[in-house]
Design a protein around this ligand. Structure first.
Ligand SMILES: NC(=O)c1ccc[n+]([C@@H]2O[C@H](COP(=O)([O-])OP(=O)(O)OC[C@H]3O[C@@H](n4cnc5c(N)ncnc54)[C@H](OP(=O)(O)O)[C@@H]3O)[C@@H](O)[C@H]2O)c1
Length: 247
């Protein structure tokens, strides 16, 4: 059984990814930050369908905690799967924040940097010894790094950095046959940044070739399929998953 770790797997895109990976027979370690009940509910949903999942706490902003997290992952792998390594890491955890460049504070900027770029960088570095040769890393970026959207400059800049980092991961981990890709969702109906209001949703839908905004499963299914062997030659790519947003 292959095993995937999904950060921010308690809600939204990460929760859908966890469920879709489990449905394809993968073992799942999902992380939460502030909401253990939501994480446990996803574990229960997976177990109801006879899948296997474990929830662990992780604050992606707190890189000092990563080595303790690695120890917890090692224990969970041994206890639940009798393994000492895992196959895929999905760096998904994140939050939205709207503020124009004219007013964003250093503290707000640094908070977004820690979660969206520094966190994935050092979490991947910390977990690398536990990723099996031939494994896969998926970084969740954003279509906002292609289409400038007023009010999300730091967020989009770090997501753009994550796309670049992905190519470097592919380059440096290739000798272990570890693939690295990023995916760039368009607007998806989740609680990110307080969710989409009706007016903004209608605008985004009108700018999308398929005529609607995305649902979490549009992304969860895509990530689960990207992790499969069918996509084994897809490497070092940023793949937009947005229904044809502003094309
Ligand atoms: N929704 C969109 O339109 C969209 C578009 C493009 C990209 N994305 C990206 O997709 C990813 C998931 O977003 P989403 O829409 O699914 O958001 P969401 O529904 O708000 O879920 C966010 C998830 O991330 C976790 N999280 C937040 N801050 C964290 C931290 N400091 N450390 C660890 N975990 C943390 C949350 O855990 P707790 O609830 O336990 O705190 C939750 O599981 C993000 O990276 C986001 O930037 C989303």
């Amino acid at each position: 059984m292959s095993i995937v770790i999904i950060t921010g797997g308690s809600r939204g895109l990460g929760a859908s990814t966890a469920i879709q990976c489990a449905a394809r027979g993968m073992g799942v370690i999902l992380t939460y930050n502030s909401n253990p009940d939501a994480a446990n509910a996803i574990v229960a949903e997976i177990e109801e369908e006879c899948g296997k999942a474990v929830a662990l706490h992780l604050d992606v902003a707190d890189s000092a905690s990563f080595s303790a997290f690695r120890d917890q992952v090692r224990d969970a792998l041994q206890t639940h799967w009798h393994r000492h390594d895992f196959d895929a890491l999905v760096n998904n955890a994140g939050y939205g924040f709207y503020s124009p460049i004219a007013t964003v504070t250093e503290e707000e900027f640094d908070g977004l940097f820690r979660v969206h770029l520094k966190g994935p960088f050092f979490l991947t570095q910390t977990l690398l010894p536990l990723i099996a040769d031939g494994g896969h890393i998926v970084n969740v970026a954003s279509a906002t790094s292609r289409v400038a959207t007023a009010g999300v400059a730091p967020y989009a800049s770090f997501k753009g950095g994550l796309e670049v980092l992905t190519r470097y991961m592919a380059k440096e981990f290739g000798d272990r046959r570890i693939r690295a890709n990023s995916i760039a969702p368009g607007a998806i109906k989740t609680e990110l940044g307080g969710g989409l209001n009706d007016e903004f949703e209608a605008l985004l839908a009108s700018q999308t070739a398929l005529g609607r905004v995305g649902e979490p499963d549009d992304i969860g299914r895509m990530i689960a399929s990207l992790l499969s062997d069918d996509n084994r030659w897809v490497n070092a790519q940023n793949i937009e998953v947005a229904g044809g947003y502003i094309i």
